[in-house]
Design a protein around this ligand. Sequence first.
Ligand code: PGA
Ligand code: ZN
Length: 399
Amino acid sequence: MAKIKNIKGRQVFDSRGNPTVEAEIFLDDGLHASSIVPSGASTGTYEAFELRDKENKNYLGKSVFKAIDNINVLIAKSLKNTDINDQTKIDKILIELDGTEQKKKLGANAILAVSMASCKLAAIKKNVSLFKHLGNSKSNQLPIPLLNIINGGVHAKNNLDIQEFMIRPDKAKSFSEAMRMSFLVIQNLKSILDNTNVGDEGGFAPNLQNNEEAIKIIIKSIEMSGFKAGEDISICLDVAANELDKPKTIEYYTNLVKKFPIKSIEDPFTEDDWDSWRQLTKNTNIQIVGDDLFATNIKRLEKGIKNKSSNAILVKLNQIGTVSETLKVIKMAHDNGLKTIISHRSGDTEDTFIADLAVATNSSQIKTGSLARSERVAKYNRLLRIEEELGNSSKIAKF
Ligand code: PGA
Ligand code: ZN
Protein backbone atom coordinates (compact mmCIF):
# COMPACT_ATOMS: atom_id res chain seq x y z
CA MET A 1 0.00 0.00 0.00
CA ALA A 2 1.25 3.49 -0.92
CA LYS A 3 0.00 6.05 1.54
CA ILE A 4 -0.67 9.74 1.03
CA LYS A 5 1.81 11.72 3.11
CA ASN A 6 0.80 15.26 2.34
CA ILE A 7 -1.24 17.42 -0.04
CA LYS A 8 -0.36 20.92 -1.06
CA GLY A 9 -2.64 23.40 -2.83
CA ARG A 10 -1.43 26.43 -4.73
CA GLN A 11 -2.99 29.20 -6.80
CA VAL A 12 -1.88 29.20 -10.45
CA PHE A 13 -3.44 30.74 -13.60
CA ASP A 14 -5.63 29.40 -16.40
CA SER A 15 -5.58 30.23 -20.13
CA ARG A 16 -7.73 33.35 -19.65
CA GLY A 17 -5.26 34.55 -17.06
CA ASN A 18 -7.65 33.92 -14.17
CA PRO A 19 -6.55 32.29 -10.91
CA THR A 20 -7.23 28.56 -10.56
CA VAL A 21 -6.41 25.67 -8.23
CA GLU A 22 -3.49 23.27 -8.45
CA ALA A 23 -3.13 20.37 -6.01
CA GLU A 24 0.04 18.37 -5.50
CA ILE A 25 0.02 15.07 -3.61
CA PHE A 26 3.08 13.45 -2.03
CA LEU A 27 3.52 9.80 -1.05
CA ASP A 28 5.58 8.37 1.79
CA ASP A 29 8.24 7.26 -0.70
CA GLY A 30 8.67 10.74 -2.19
CA LEU A 31 6.68 10.24 -5.42
CA HIS A 32 4.33 13.12 -6.22
CA ALA A 33 1.88 14.33 -8.88
CA SER A 34 -0.16 17.47 -9.46
CA SER A 35 -3.26 18.53 -11.32
CA ILE A 36 -4.88 21.86 -12.26
CA VAL A 37 -8.61 22.46 -12.66
CA PRO A 38 -10.13 24.37 -15.62
CA SER A 39 -12.95 26.93 -15.50
CA GLY A 40 -15.94 27.62 -17.75
CA ALA A 41 -17.52 30.85 -19.01
CA SER A 42 -20.88 29.54 -20.24
CA THR A 43 -21.47 27.63 -17.02
CA GLY A 44 -24.77 25.89 -16.27
CA THR A 45 -26.87 26.35 -13.14
CA TYR A 46 -26.51 22.70 -12.18
CA GLU A 47 -22.73 22.56 -12.17
CA ALA A 48 -20.72 21.89 -9.04
CA PHE A 49 -19.65 25.04 -7.20
CA GLU A 50 -16.44 26.85 -8.06
CA LEU A 51 -15.17 28.54 -4.89
CA ARG A 52 -13.70 32.02 -5.47
CA ASP A 53 -12.80 34.75 -2.96
CA LYS A 54 -15.53 37.17 -4.02
CA GLU A 55 -14.66 39.77 -1.34
CA ASN A 56 -10.92 39.77 -1.96
CA LYS A 57 -10.37 42.60 -4.43
CA ASN A 58 -6.64 41.89 -4.90
CA TYR A 59 -7.65 39.60 -7.76
CA LEU A 60 -10.96 41.32 -8.58
CA GLY A 61 -12.81 38.70 -6.52
CA LYS A 62 -11.39 35.84 -8.61
CA SER A 63 -8.65 34.43 -6.39
CA VAL A 64 -9.04 30.88 -5.03
CA PHE A 65 -7.19 31.15 -1.70
CA LYS A 66 -10.11 29.74 0.32
CA ALA A 67 -10.16 26.65 -1.91
CA ILE A 68 -6.37 26.35 -1.52
CA ASP A 69 -6.72 26.64 2.23
CA ASN A 70 -9.33 23.88 2.20
CA ILE A 71 -6.83 21.62 0.42
CA ASN A 72 -3.95 22.47 2.74
CA VAL A 73 -5.88 22.02 5.97
CA LEU A 74 -9.13 20.03 5.85
CA ILE A 75 -8.49 17.82 2.81
CA ALA A 76 -4.82 17.13 3.59
CA LYS A 77 -5.76 16.05 7.12
CA SER A 78 -8.65 13.83 6.01
CA LEU A 79 -6.70 12.02 3.28
CA LYS A 80 -3.45 11.55 5.19
CA ASN A 81 -2.43 7.84 5.18
CA THR A 82 -5.14 6.87 2.64
CA ASP A 83 -4.09 4.31 0.01
CA ILE A 84 -3.37 6.21 -3.24
CA ASN A 85 -4.72 3.24 -5.27
CA ASP A 86 -8.18 3.47 -3.73
CA GLN A 87 -9.72 6.23 -5.86
CA THR A 88 -13.26 5.34 -4.81
CA LYS A 89 -12.33 5.80 -1.17
CA ILE A 90 -10.44 9.03 -1.81
CA ASP A 91 -13.39 10.54 -3.68
CA LYS A 92 -15.86 9.28 -1.05
CA ILE A 93 -13.86 10.97 1.71
CA LEU A 94 -13.81 14.21 -0.33
CA ILE A 95 -17.55 14.08 -1.04
CA GLU A 96 -18.43 13.35 2.59
CA LEU A 97 -16.04 15.96 3.95
CA ASP A 98 -17.84 18.54 1.82
CA GLY A 99 -21.30 17.18 2.55
CA THR A 100 -23.25 19.49 0.19
CA GLU A 101 -25.02 18.66 -3.08
CA GLN A 102 -22.98 21.10 -5.20
CA LYS A 103 -19.69 20.88 -3.26
CA LYS A 104 -20.18 24.37 -1.88
CA LYS A 105 -18.29 23.94 1.36
CA LEU A 106 -14.83 22.99 0.10
CA GLY A 107 -15.35 24.08 -3.51
CA ALA A 108 -15.49 21.64 -6.44
CA ASN A 109 -12.28 23.27 -7.68
CA ALA A 110 -10.45 22.22 -4.48
CA ILE A 111 -11.97 18.72 -4.55
CA LEU A 112 -11.38 18.00 -8.25
CA ALA A 113 -7.73 19.12 -8.20
CA VAL A 114 -7.09 16.54 -5.46
CA SER A 115 -9.18 13.84 -7.12
CA MET A 116 -7.34 14.15 -10.46
CA ALA A 117 -3.90 14.45 -8.85
CA SER A 118 -4.50 11.25 -6.89
CA CYS A 119 -5.32 9.33 -10.11
CA LYS A 120 -2.13 10.61 -11.71
CA LEU A 121 -0.08 9.66 -8.66
CA ALA A 122 -1.57 6.15 -8.53
CA ALA A 123 -0.58 5.72 -12.20
CA ILE A 124 2.95 6.94 -11.50
CA LYS A 125 3.19 4.57 -8.53
CA LYS A 126 2.09 1.64 -10.73
CA ASN A 127 4.44 2.86 -13.44
CA VAL A 128 1.70 2.84 -16.11
CA SER A 129 0.23 5.58 -18.29
CA LEU A 130 -2.75 7.41 -16.85
CA PHE A 131 -5.13 6.09 -19.54
CA LYS A 132 -4.16 2.52 -18.68
CA HIS A 133 -4.56 3.13 -14.96
CA LEU A 134 -8.01 4.72 -15.46
CA GLY A 135 -9.13 2.21 -18.07
CA ASN A 136 -8.76 -1.48 -18.78
CA SER A 137 -7.20 -3.81 -21.35
CA LYS A 138 -9.75 -2.62 -23.94
CA SER A 139 -8.76 1.03 -23.63
CA ASN A 140 -7.10 1.29 -27.03
CA GLN A 141 -9.53 3.49 -28.95
CA LEU A 142 -8.61 7.09 -29.73
CA PRO A 143 -11.52 9.56 -29.81
CA ILE A 144 -12.47 11.53 -32.92
CA PRO A 145 -11.66 15.18 -32.17
CA LEU A 146 -14.20 17.99 -32.47
CA LEU A 147 -12.15 21.11 -33.21
CA ASN A 148 -13.77 24.44 -32.48
CA ILE A 149 -12.41 26.45 -35.42
CA ILE A 150 -14.72 29.49 -35.29
CA ASN A 151 -15.50 30.92 -31.84
CA GLY A 152 -18.56 33.02 -31.04
CA GLY A 153 -20.95 33.56 -28.13
CA VAL A 154 -19.33 34.38 -24.80
CA HIS A 155 -15.97 32.99 -25.99
CA ALA A 156 -15.28 35.78 -28.47
CA LYS A 157 -15.95 39.49 -28.88
CA ASN A 158 -17.65 39.17 -32.26
CA ASN A 159 -21.20 39.14 -33.58
CA LEU A 160 -21.83 35.36 -33.80
CA ASP A 161 -24.32 34.11 -31.23
CA ILE A 162 -23.60 30.39 -31.75
CA GLN A 163 -20.69 29.68 -29.41
CA GLU A 164 -18.79 26.99 -31.30
CA PHE A 165 -18.45 26.04 -34.96
CA MET A 166 -16.54 22.76 -35.01
CA ILE A 167 -15.18 20.28 -37.53
CA ARG A 168 -15.10 16.52 -36.94
CA PRO A 169 -12.93 14.43 -39.29
CA ASP A 170 -15.26 11.41 -39.34
CA LYS A 171 -13.42 9.44 -42.01
CA ALA A 172 -9.97 9.59 -40.43
CA LYS A 173 -8.39 6.16 -40.13
CA SER A 174 -6.15 7.11 -37.23
CA PHE A 175 -5.88 9.91 -34.71
CA SER A 176 -2.83 11.38 -36.43
CA GLU A 177 -4.73 11.35 -39.71
CA ALA A 178 -7.63 13.16 -37.98
CA MET A 179 -5.19 15.84 -36.89
CA ARG A 180 -3.67 16.15 -40.37
CA MET A 181 -7.11 16.61 -41.92
CA SER A 182 -8.04 19.21 -39.30
CA PHE A 183 -4.72 21.02 -39.73
CA LEU A 184 -5.38 21.44 -43.47
CA VAL A 185 -8.87 22.83 -42.93
CA ILE A 186 -7.66 25.27 -40.29
CA GLN A 187 -4.80 26.51 -42.50
CA ASN A 188 -7.16 26.99 -45.44
CA LEU A 189 -9.69 28.77 -43.23
CA LYS A 190 -6.91 31.06 -42.04
CA SER A 191 -6.00 31.90 -45.62
CA ILE A 192 -9.52 33.09 -46.48
CA LEU A 193 -10.25 35.13 -43.36
CA ASP A 194 -9.30 38.82 -43.11
CA ASN A 195 -9.13 38.70 -39.34
CA THR A 196 -7.34 35.75 -37.78
CA ASN A 197 -7.60 36.76 -34.13
CA VAL A 198 -8.56 33.79 -31.99
CA GLY A 199 -11.14 33.32 -29.21
CA ASP A 200 -10.85 31.55 -25.86
CA GLU A 201 -10.71 28.06 -27.39
CA GLY A 202 -8.23 28.89 -30.15
CA GLY A 203 -10.75 29.11 -33.00
CA PHE A 204 -10.82 32.20 -35.20
CA ALA A 205 -13.16 34.94 -34.01
CA PRO A 206 -14.05 36.97 -37.12
CA ASN A 207 -16.99 39.29 -37.46
CA LEU A 208 -19.28 37.68 -40.04
CA GLN A 209 -22.74 38.50 -41.33
CA ASN A 210 -24.39 35.67 -39.45
CA ASN A 211 -24.09 32.04 -38.28
CA GLU A 212 -24.78 30.70 -41.78
CA GLU A 213 -21.84 32.63 -43.19
CA ALA A 214 -19.57 30.94 -40.61
CA ILE A 215 -20.85 27.53 -41.71
CA LYS A 216 -20.37 28.38 -45.41
CA ILE A 217 -16.77 29.51 -44.83
CA ILE A 218 -16.02 26.26 -43.01
CA ILE A 219 -17.49 24.22 -45.87
CA LYS A 220 -15.31 26.17 -48.30
CA SER A 221 -12.20 25.42 -46.19
CA ILE A 222 -13.09 21.71 -46.07
CA GLU A 223 -13.44 21.65 -49.87
CA MET A 224 -10.23 23.66 -50.41
CA SER A 225 -8.48 20.93 -48.38
CA GLY A 226 -9.72 18.27 -50.79
CA PHE A 227 -12.36 16.76 -48.52
CA LYS A 228 -16.08 16.26 -48.83
CA ALA A 229 -18.10 18.15 -46.22
CA GLY A 230 -20.52 15.85 -44.42
CA GLU A 231 -18.65 12.72 -45.44
CA ASP A 232 -14.95 13.07 -44.72
CA ILE A 233 -15.42 15.94 -42.33
CA SER A 234 -18.68 17.01 -40.74
CA ILE A 235 -19.70 20.21 -39.02
CA CYS A 236 -20.72 20.24 -35.36
CA LEU A 237 -22.20 23.14 -33.40
CA ASP A 238 -22.37 24.11 -29.76
CA VAL A 239 -25.13 26.68 -29.49
CA ALA A 240 -24.76 27.09 -25.70
CA ALA A 241 -28.40 28.18 -25.66
CA ASN A 242 -28.30 29.28 -22.01
CA GLU A 243 -26.32 32.30 -23.20
CA LEU A 244 -28.54 33.29 -26.16
CA ASP A 245 -30.49 36.57 -26.13
CA LYS A 246 -32.94 35.19 -28.68
CA PRO A 247 -33.75 31.46 -28.35
CA LYS A 248 -33.77 29.29 -31.47
CA THR A 249 -36.61 26.99 -32.47
CA ILE A 250 -36.84 23.33 -33.40
CA GLU A 251 -37.62 24.40 -37.01
CA TYR A 252 -34.49 26.56 -37.09
CA TYR A 253 -32.38 23.49 -36.33
CA THR A 254 -34.20 21.04 -38.60
CA ASN A 255 -33.82 23.50 -41.50
CA LEU A 256 -30.16 24.11 -40.72
CA VAL A 257 -29.48 20.37 -40.74
CA LYS A 258 -31.29 20.01 -44.09
CA LYS A 259 -29.26 22.82 -45.61
CA PHE A 260 -25.77 22.08 -44.27
CA PRO A 261 -23.64 18.99 -43.47
CA ILE A 262 -24.15 19.35 -39.72
CA LYS A 263 -23.90 16.08 -37.78
CA SER A 264 -23.99 17.21 -34.16
CA ILE A 265 -25.65 20.01 -32.19
CA GLU A 266 -24.85 20.68 -28.54
CA ASP A 267 -27.08 22.62 -26.13
CA PRO A 268 -29.66 23.72 -28.75
CA PHE A 269 -32.00 24.71 -25.90
CA THR A 270 -31.69 25.95 -22.34
CA GLU A 271 -30.96 23.60 -19.47
CA ASP A 272 -34.58 23.23 -18.29
CA ASP A 273 -36.40 23.08 -21.62
CA TRP A 274 -36.78 19.27 -21.50
CA ASP A 275 -39.69 19.22 -23.98
CA SER A 276 -37.82 20.94 -26.80
CA TRP A 277 -34.82 18.65 -26.24
CA ARG A 278 -37.01 15.58 -26.54
CA GLN A 279 -38.73 16.81 -29.68
CA LEU A 280 -35.57 17.76 -31.52
CA THR A 281 -33.91 14.43 -30.67
CA LYS A 282 -37.01 12.68 -32.00
CA ASN A 283 -37.22 14.78 -35.17
CA THR A 284 -33.65 14.39 -36.33
CA ASN A 285 -31.14 11.61 -36.82
CA ILE A 286 -28.05 13.63 -35.98
CA GLN A 287 -26.18 13.72 -32.67
CA ILE A 288 -27.84 15.92 -30.04
CA VAL A 289 -25.49 16.65 -27.14
CA GLY A 290 -26.43 17.64 -23.60
CA ASP A 291 -23.86 19.84 -21.86
CA ASP A 292 -25.49 22.37 -19.50
CA LEU A 293 -28.57 20.13 -19.64
CA PHE A 294 -26.82 17.29 -17.79
CA ALA A 295 -23.90 19.09 -16.13
CA THR A 296 -22.15 15.67 -15.88
CA ASN A 297 -24.63 14.92 -13.09
CA ILE A 298 -25.96 11.37 -12.81
CA LYS A 299 -29.41 12.45 -11.61
CA ARG A 300 -29.88 14.81 -14.53
CA LEU A 301 -28.57 12.19 -16.94
CA GLU A 302 -31.05 9.66 -15.54
CA LYS A 303 -33.87 12.14 -16.14
CA GLY A 304 -32.60 12.80 -19.66
CA ILE A 305 -32.45 9.09 -20.48
CA LYS A 306 -36.06 8.60 -19.34
CA ASN A 307 -37.13 11.70 -21.26
CA LYS A 308 -35.11 10.70 -24.38
CA SER A 309 -33.69 14.23 -24.33
CA SER A 310 -30.50 13.58 -26.27
CA ASN A 311 -28.36 10.82 -27.70
CA ALA A 312 -25.02 12.11 -26.42
CA ILE A 313 -23.56 13.76 -23.34
CA LEU A 314 -20.72 16.23 -22.96
CA VAL A 315 -18.53 15.23 -20.02
CA LYS A 316 -16.68 17.85 -17.97
CA LEU A 317 -14.97 16.73 -14.77
CA ASN A 318 -15.41 20.08 -13.08
CA GLN A 319 -19.16 20.11 -13.62
CA ILE A 320 -19.40 17.34 -11.00
CA GLY A 321 -16.11 17.56 -9.12
CA THR A 322 -14.60 14.07 -8.73
CA VAL A 323 -13.14 11.48 -11.08
CA SER A 324 -15.25 8.64 -9.62
CA GLU A 325 -18.52 10.46 -10.21
CA THR A 326 -17.41 11.33 -13.74
CA LEU A 327 -16.64 7.67 -14.50
CA LYS A 328 -20.09 6.66 -13.21
CA VAL A 329 -21.78 9.18 -15.50
CA ILE A 330 -19.82 7.88 -18.50
CA LYS A 331 -20.77 4.30 -17.65
CA MET A 332 -24.44 5.16 -17.32
CA ALA A 333 -24.35 6.98 -20.66
CA HIS A 334 -22.71 4.03 -22.43
CA ASP A 335 -25.03 1.48 -20.77
CA ASN A 336 -27.94 3.43 -22.23
CA GLY A 337 -26.55 3.89 -25.72
CA LEU A 338 -25.53 7.53 -25.40
CA LYS A 339 -22.27 8.69 -26.95
CA THR A 340 -19.79 10.46 -24.68
CA ILE A 341 -17.72 13.51 -25.62
CA ILE A 342 -14.99 14.33 -23.13
CA SER A 343 -14.54 18.09 -22.95
CA HIS A 344 -12.18 20.88 -21.90
CA ARG A 345 -13.42 24.22 -20.53
CA SER A 346 -13.04 27.61 -22.18
CA GLY A 347 -10.60 28.53 -19.39
CA ASP A 348 -8.21 25.58 -19.48
CA THR A 349 -4.63 24.77 -18.55
CA GLU A 350 -1.60 22.70 -19.47
CA ASP A 351 -3.17 19.72 -17.67
CA THR A 352 -3.93 16.93 -20.18
CA PHE A 353 -6.00 14.65 -17.90
CA ILE A 354 -8.99 14.67 -20.29
CA ALA A 355 -6.96 13.14 -23.13
CA ASP A 356 -6.23 10.08 -21.00
CA LEU A 357 -9.80 10.02 -19.71
CA ALA A 358 -11.18 9.87 -23.26
CA VAL A 359 -9.06 6.84 -24.17
CA ALA A 360 -9.56 5.12 -20.81
CA THR A 361 -13.34 5.26 -21.16
CA ASN A 362 -13.57 4.39 -24.86
CA SER A 363 -15.31 7.71 -25.46
CA SER A 364 -15.99 8.19 -29.15
CA GLN A 365 -15.21 11.92 -29.15
CA ILE A 366 -13.14 14.63 -27.49
CA LYS A 367 -13.74 18.36 -27.67
CA THR A 368 -10.71 20.43 -26.83
CA GLY A 369 -10.57 23.51 -29.03
CA SER A 370 -8.71 24.39 -32.19
CA LEU A 371 -5.09 23.77 -33.18
CA ALA A 372 -3.99 26.95 -31.45
CA ARG A 373 -3.18 28.02 -27.87
CA SER A 374 -0.97 25.52 -26.05
CA GLU A 375 -3.59 24.58 -23.44
CA ARG A 376 -5.72 23.18 -26.34
CA VAL A 377 -2.87 21.74 -28.41
CA ALA A 378 -1.46 19.99 -25.30
CA LYS A 379 -4.44 17.61 -25.28
CA TYR A 380 -4.03 16.74 -28.96
CA ASN A 381 -0.31 16.22 -28.45
CA ARG A 382 -1.01 13.93 -25.50
CA LEU A 383 -3.39 11.88 -27.70
CA LEU A 384 -0.69 11.59 -30.38
CA ARG A 385 1.66 10.19 -27.73
CA ILE A 386 -1.01 7.76 -26.53
CA GLU A 387 -1.56 6.62 -30.12
CA GLU A 388 2.18 6.01 -30.41
CA GLU A 389 2.28 4.11 -27.10
CA LEU A 390 -0.59 1.86 -28.21
CA GLY A 391 1.17 1.15 -31.50
CA ASN A 392 -0.49 -1.50 -33.66
CA SER A 393 -3.27 -2.10 -31.16
CA SER A 394 -4.54 1.50 -31.46
CA LYS A 395 -7.72 2.29 -33.37
CA ILE A 396 -9.93 5.35 -33.76
CA ALA A 397 -13.64 5.65 -32.98
CA LYS A 398 -15.94 5.02 -35.95
CA PHE A 399 -19.31 6.53 -36.78
P1 PGA B 1 -17.44 26.73 -21.17
O1 PGA B 1 -17.77 26.36 -22.66
O2 PGA B 1 -16.23 25.99 -20.74
O3 PGA B 1 -17.25 28.23 -21.23
O4 PGA B 1 -18.66 26.34 -20.36
C1 PGA B 1 -17.65 25.08 -23.17
C2 PGA B 1 -18.96 24.51 -23.61
O5 PGA B 1 -20.02 25.14 -23.48
O6 PGA B 1 -18.98 23.39 -24.10
ZN1 ZN C 1 -21.26 23.38 -24.43
